[in-house]
Structure formats: C-alpha cells, structure tokens
Ligand binder design. Structure first.
Ligand code: CO
Length: 133
C-alpha cells in the first residue's frame, strides 16, 4: 500500500534560477544533491507535508535532458511514499504496472526509490520512495 505523496518532481533548465523562483513561493531549500549515475542534480524544497524536487540534467545524454528537449520544463514525476518498496514493486507489477526499475536504486538522502513507466500510469512517471529507517 503506497502512502501519501512524498514529492513532485519538476524538470528545469537552470537549477539556481528555479530554486530562487520557488523560494519566492515560500518554500525553503532543504538540500541539493548530485546523482552522477542518473545524470541529474536535484534540489529539494520543503512544502508543508510534502516536497518539491527540482531536477536538472548534468549532461546532455540523460533522460531528463531528453525530457526537457521534447516537452520543455514542467512536471516530470509524482512520488509516493512506501514502507516496503520491494514488495510494493512486486505487487504493482502483478497488477500490470510496467516497472522502470526492477529493483530499488539509491535516492536522495539515503532513501531507496524505483520508478513506474508513464505508459502504465496514464502518462505520468511515478516514483516510489522508501525513506531510510
Ligand atoms: Co523524485
């Protein structure tokens, strides 16, 4: 059973400019982290019980870079909490969801994450997040 929304991911071209813009909405910057394996730099801002994740490509040959090229800046993914990512993935696959990640991968701040393909969620990339214990 997936929990409440953990964060929304927004693809941006200029991370610093985007952070400044979202701070004007009253959101506080929590942290910035690089994920070289995925080719992205992310900034997490606190927004009450959830967060906004701004993400920008580190290089041109990444999925986020291709997303920006094709669709421009904007909503990139929706992330839900889960308490047990491995069993959640198995259950969702059994229900017909197409998994981008067959196994959890490292996420921000020690979390473990996995993505579901937008094809199986009406056009929205879904991320599942399991926070560290
Ligand atoms: Co995310």
């Amino acid at each position: 059973m997936i929990g409440p929304v953990h964060h929304v991911g927004i693809a941006v071209r200029n991370l610093d400019a985007a952070v400044e813009r979202y701070r004007l909405l009253g959101l506080a910057l929590d942290f910035v982290e690089d994920f070289p394996a995925a080719g992205v730099r992310v900034a997490f801002l606190n927004a009450g019980d959830m967060r906004v994740e701004l993400l920008t490509p580190l290089t041109a040959d990444t999925t986020v870079a291709r997303f920006l090229e094709k669709r421009g800046e904007g909503l990139h993914h929706l992330a839900f909490r889960t308490a047990d990512l491995v069993s959640e993935l198995a259950q969702l696959e059994g229900q017909g969801f197409e998994l981008v990640d067959r196994a959890p991968r490292p996420g921000a701040h020690g979390s473990r994450v996995a993505f579901l393909h937008p094809r199986s969620a009406h056009g929205v990339l879904i991320e599942l997040v399991q926070e560290p214990p």
